[in-house]
Design a protein around this ligand. Sequence first.
Ligand code: C2E
Ligand code: MG
Ligand code: MG
Length: 745
Amino acid sequence: MRRKLFTKQATFIILAVILLCAGTIVRFSFLVQKEMKTEIQNSLKDVAHQNRVTVSGEIQDKFNLLLSIADEIHDTQIKETHLMTELQSIVEQYNFKRMGLVDSDGMVHTTDGYEKDLSFREFYQDGMKGLAGITNTLKDSIGNYAESINVFSVPVYDQTNTIIGVLFATYRTAQFENILDVSSFDGDGFTCIVAQNGDLIASSPSAPSSMRGSSNLLSFFANPNDADISCGKTLNEVFASKENGLGSYESDNQTYYYCVVPLDNLRKDRQWYNLTIVPEQVLVDRSYPVMHHVRRMLIIVFTASLSGIAAYMYTYHLQSKELVRLAYKDTLTDGDNYVCFKENVKHHVNFPGFYVALDLSEFKIINATCGVNKGDTVLKMVWEIIVSGLRSGEYAAHIHADRFILLLKGSSQADLETRLDRLVLRLSSISVQLNIPKIFPVMGIYQTSDHNEIEQNYGKAVQAKHTIKATHSRHYAFYDELDMQQLAENKQLEDSFEEALQNGEFKVWYQPKVNPDDGTLLGAEALIRWQLPDGSMLPPYKFIPLFEQNGNIAVLDEYVFRTVCEQQKKWLESGADTYPVSVNISRVSLYFTDLVGKYKRILDSFQLDPKYVQLEITESATVDNTEISSLIEDFHHAGFTMLLDDFGSGYSSLSTLNVMHFDTIKLDKSLIDYIGDTKGEKLLHYITRLAQSLGMSITAEGVETASQVDFLKDLHCSDIQGYFFSKPLPLSDYEAFAIEHTKQP
Ligand code: C2E
Ligand code: MG
Ligand code: MG
């Protein structure tokens, strides 16, 4: 599933990069084209203006020449032949085709010897009206008819300012074409001179032949075979406006850009224009190298990005694999952890099965006596035995410490029991193999085919395990065996807490602590009992776990503490011998805020010296509670004596002694039970020496026999609490015990 997700992500990223690159190319092409177009249009304008300057200059020069000659001509000279000779030298000098003078009758005298009636020519008629100008392109009507010409003409005046004729110079249109044949856009562009009515005056030789062949450009553009007609319309408008114009048109499946600039041809009524044109292909050709580079660059960027992404994804893949390994592997056994177990069950299990919660009773003893390394070896061996017994499709995991979970297939309890018996045998053999104290595997089993709530299933298996854990009589118990009536009773107990408290149903009993040497009283432990309205007495294990679950234990602990304070105050005030009494604080109560302040205030309210009320914190509370050290310090500051209860019952390691500064350790009954066993006795020696060297006194708890008392006496235990001397006693009995066992002065 993860691999699929990873492949999906990789494909997505690669597609995104491809799209990004493609998008960049398209966008960049567009921008380059746009930029090129602007540049081409600017160049077009430049070239058109340059043409305008050149052509206008040419026209102006010729006019100025003609005007200065016309000034020199007098009416007397008009028919003189030597005038033609003079004009002939100007023709040669200025490369005219010919020059001539048309007299007032319309008769022309030309430098090349022609005499002809030209009264029909417009330039003559205009000249006689006093207008100078240059004609649109004409076919020469003198001599060589084929040649295209333009005629410059100016009127000639006599002294009385009367027009006596028209001076003209015939100009070969080809000369305009030569002027226009300047290289623009590396020869790909072309230029025309066009009259306002669209007549083509001249065009550069590079212009398309279809255009050059057309006498009128407006008609050329009006012909859909030659160009798109909309251009003709636009041009017409530009020509009429006598302004500059910029545009484009389609011809021969090509797009052309053009620029129109008016020329100075002296005749506003017959305005000429310079039309400079460049095909779009020039644009394409010019942008091609840029685009080529851009594409190459993008391909490089694309390849580099892809390689980067591939490298990143490969590293990511490796890291994910490592993360998955870390997330799903148990560091101690290198097998599956609980997270992995849950994933496996969720995705692969759909059969009815048995959830087995397994742990090793007294495992902490192994840790304490044989060292943590040996403990780890035991756990690894346990794991190997568990795994080797799994069938296909079954799962197991190491949860933490000595706790394991298994999910075994099957629906028959009998079959399962055979398997579990075998498992117990194999696990028990570890002790022999490693020469360590006996291992006692305990398992709780919950059967179900519903694997949606794995935590709950495991919780039920654990519940079943707890019913037998302390007994050491059975290795496994099924959840079904849990007494449903018991559950209902528990509920009833939980519900009646408030009422019971108000009714004084909770009684504090006292278990004496005595001097091992002479049996005299040294103190007591306050132990709670619940006297139900029917008179029956409930021991703490029946209700304390319930109140630890719902938080009421904090109220109960405070109640016991207050009761003991009150009682001590009474004893002190009555003058009776008063001994320290230790009160238990549940691990749950420790999490309540301002605990120390609250206890101190209660103590102060009775004006009691804290030496009379000691506090017991169970060993299991010190595990996983990082705040506990500072809490103990705070209690010390408030003056309390702190006792580490149940030491050796299997939760803490010896290092607790060094880290947490208790005044006294209370050896748990399970350690006392080792007396008589050589190794166990060695362990007790070691623990007591260690604790004493750290300045702690030792109370032995659960002492039941005289030999135990003797052994503990040798160990210099400071006091002994156990059935051997006394069971927990109700107040009056305890007072009697105190009187009897008080050391006589
Ligand atoms: P604990 O604090 O370790 O108390 C000692 C337990 O060991 C007592 O059980 C006591 O009766 C029992 N015991 C003492 N000597 C012997 C012996 O020689 N043989 C045997 N078999 N047992 C012995 P009890 O009174 O049933 O209390 C059980 C536990 O309940 C206590 O263990 C303590 O953890 C908890 N508890 C009792 N009273 C309170 C209380 O007021 N508050 C809290 N939070 N827990 C309490
Ligand atoms: Mg205790
Ligand atoms: Mg205890």
